[in-house]
Design a protein around this ligand. Sequence first.
Ligand code: PLP
Length: 388
Amino acid sequence: MSEPRPIYLDYHATTPVDPRVLAVMVHYLSEDFGNPSNLAHDFGTKAHQAVIAAALPVAELVGARRHEVVFTSGATESINLAIQGHVRASYRQLQRPIKVASMALEHKAVLDTCRYLAEEGLAHYQTIPVDACGQIDLAALEKACQEGLDLLCVMAANNEIGTVYPLAKISALVKPYGVAVFVDACQAAGKIPLDFQQWGLAYLALTAHKMYGPKGVGALVVRDNLHPLPLMWGGGQQKGLRSGTLNVPGIAALGETCRLRKLEMAEDEARIQQLRDRLQQMLQAVLPNMRVNGSATHRLAGNLHVSFPGVSTYGLLHKVRSRLALSAGSACSSAKGSSHVLQALPWPVDAYQAAAIRMGLGKWTTSEDIEQTAQILIASVNTLQPNR
Ligand code: PLP
């Protein structure tokens, strides 16, 4: 008999594909497989219609309009298209670098794109400080606006510690200064309500594989009065913003993913939060020196990021590996560890000398999974931390 598979608690890294989404994808791989740019026959027309239809649920999930949706290969591409495209278009128009800011705990796709543009002399880049929970310092943001800021890159929710950012407040704060706001909504789309139009955002990136869709497909929402430069040139698809034959199976799957998320998000997230809170309580009851990281009040429902003092991250991950699929919240227990997210937090130095573990719960996490996870983690931490 084969060994049971480990319990999957890494939904921030990626998610399984919803079988209903898979069915849509298979249909456009095998039946309506035409090229959506070729409308000379029904195969192409059906594929074209599928792309048009998919834009609506994507837009509706984030409070945007369907013509603002550009399909991409995922969030990394969307992020690059937004930030590089905006900065390059501005440079071309103004003939000078523009001022860009982000928090230091953004995803590497944001950080490295901003740094690259700064190195190229196309932008001046600065980071906005955060507090120990990873929450943005609004006073520092306002100061940056007063000193002149053109583009703010801010995530909707953090992929390690789960902190959720007050986008309504942030966009209201920067609005009088005319700052364009780019939101990386990868971890938040399909989990919390987002309102692109109401918040007056310039760009919003999302990806299917964090919300029960396939890998390799995502979208960038672009406010319709903005004209970022494309990253690639070719057939001129998607109004020239993203050339290349459209990934119809992936796009149709993303549309179905977003449609289902809008319908099921509230109920799913409420259940996931109960499970997360139960797991947290079970661990805290027996492991009193465990620290819960991130914001207690503004946190993704499926996120539990914890530190165990006196234990090494890899020792713990290795010990549980055959039974639990977890992720290192920090790469090592020496110095500050290597997670750039944790390094961005103003923690006391000794707080980094602890195993940091990220747990991500999702749609198919069960209460039995949670009971077993608590038992396995408690036994493992107790073995690795005998003098607690
Ligand atoms: N931004 C955030 C916050 C993420 O969590 C991820 C995924 O790890 C990405 C961007 C990149 O997404 P993709 O894998 O679709 O390129």
